[in-house]
Design a protein around this ligand. Structure first.
Ligand code: SF4
Length: 411
């Protein structure tokens, strides 16, 4: 039998207030960019953002906006608007929501600021190519495509040269768009902040190794926005430094993210933004905390590839070797490493109708992890933004059955 969760049993995380203030200020800056003679670039979540900060361009992430749309439960309306425009329901719901949002200035912040240009990298998926082409036509602005070859098993010399050439072309493109030279000193500073921000983000996530975990994957989904949108700035470094202190103190005081942690789970794939609270409460009712996830940890993986003395090489390696641009074997290694690092009892896999590159290999990963570690997993079929793909009763039953299995296994 599951337990009732005692509301307010866990003290609130103080940093949340600051995080909200930072994100509000970031969107105000972006929305007032024109008045302040600044340029705005829309960029994909896996796109090289550091060069934009070097050039004082404000990067705006339609995917981050998509997450806000999902969390505000505005996804269905916008997805339906896109479908009425002729876009298939099979298309990624971030893309559908964003394309629709532009035409109605909808969503939780009344639409994104208009872009001066777009930057799209296909290191996360092929969908973004067409999505960004559509938006470049809609706003009648230039589009830079940063093409990264898929790294099934290795990143060859030829592929490396190919990507390097594009980093240089990207810098040329930015110089033309901004009418000024790329400042190498500023590039070093931005790369340092990017490295430090990611190092600190990794430390934030690793506080969840403590038992009980002071931070859950659901908390990490919330605190992730800064490393995505402001990576390469001092704001991120300052914020995560404070967050680590708070999380370490909570760990020392044995304050868990959930009231009574008995089981530790790993989450795979994007969050179900409109159901994070429901899912968090559901698992907590079984004494289960999702202590880690493959999604938020992808934003510190680039640390392994940053060479602080070489900006261009860092961009090449960081943005080619990201989680969705590597083969299933490497993904399995990553998941296996996390199972051990966070000492998890089970894995929850979100088979995400929207995100094919994240979801296609999941059944293989599930099988391979089960074979290698014996750790059981459950597959939940849903969508990150489009609530029509979430069957609460079915998922409720599936989680109950999975937790029974975990309880029996752990004894
Ligand atoms: S398909 Fe997946 S990777 Fe591509 S934009 Fe959508 S959520 Fe992101």
């Amino acid at each position: 039998m599951s337990e009732e969760i005692k509301k307010d049993a866990v003290p609130k995380v103080k940093s949340i207030k600051k995080m909200r203030e930072i994100m509000t200020a970031y969107y105000i800056d972006a929305k007032t960019a024109r008045q302040n003679n600044k340029k705005v670039a829309w960029i994909t979540s896996g796109g090289p953002v550091e060069p934009l900060y070097v050039m004082d361009v404000i990067p705006v992430y339609p995917e981050n906006h998509g997450a806000m749309i999902g969390a505000s439960k505005m996804g269905v309306g916008l997805c339906e608007t896109a479908e009425n425009m002729g876009y298939s329901r099979d298309l990624c719901s971030y893309a559908r929501a964003d394309i629709a949002c532009s035409t109605v200035n909808g969503g939780p912040i009344g639409g994104l600021p208009e872009p001066d240009f777009l930057v799209c990298s296909n290191n996360i998926c092929g969908t973004v190519l067409k999505w960004y082409e559509v938006q470049a036509r809609y706003y009648n602005v230039p589009l830079f495509i940063f093409d990264t070859p898929f790294c099934h098993t290795e990143f060859s010399i030829e592929a490396r040269h190919y990507v390097e050439k594009q980093v240089l072309e990207y810098i040329d493109f930015l110089e033309k768009m901004c009418g000024k030279k790329f400042d190498q000193d500023k590039a070093r500073e931005v790369l340092d902040y990017s490295y430090e921000g990611q190092r600190l983000w990794r430390e934030v996530l690793e506080t969840a190794r403590s038992k009980p975990a002071p931070l859950s994957a659901f908390d990490a989904f919330f605190h992730l926005a800064l490393i995505v949108t402001l990576r390469g700035t001092k704001t991120v470094v300052d914020y995560y430094t404070e967050l680590i202190d708070e999380m370490r103190q909570r760990a020392a005081d044995k304050i868990g993210s959930i009231p009574n942690e008995k089981y530790r789970l790993l989450w795979d794939n994007l969050p179900v933004w409109y159901k994070t609270k429901w899912l968090s409460d559901k698992f907590a009712s079984h004494g289960a905390c999702l202590v880690a996830d493959t999604y938020t940890s992808a934003w510190c993986k680039q640390l392994d590839y940053i060479d602080k003395s070489d900006f261009v090489k860092s961009m090449v390696d960081c943005y080619t070797m990201i989680y969705l641009n590597i083969g299933v074997d490497q993904m399995v290694d990553t998941v296996k490493g996390m199972v051990e690092k966070y000492d998890v009892d089970g894995i929850v896999m979100h088979s995400n109708r929207s995100c094919k590159p994240y979801s296609l290999g999941q059944y293989d990963i599930q099988r391979m992890i089960q074979k290698a570690t014996g750790v059981p997993s459950v597959m939940i079929e849903a969508d990150m933004v489009d609530e029509r793909s979430f069957s609460e009763s079915q998922i409720d039953t599936r989680i109950d059955a999975f937790m029974e299995l975990i309880k029996q296994k752990k004894g």
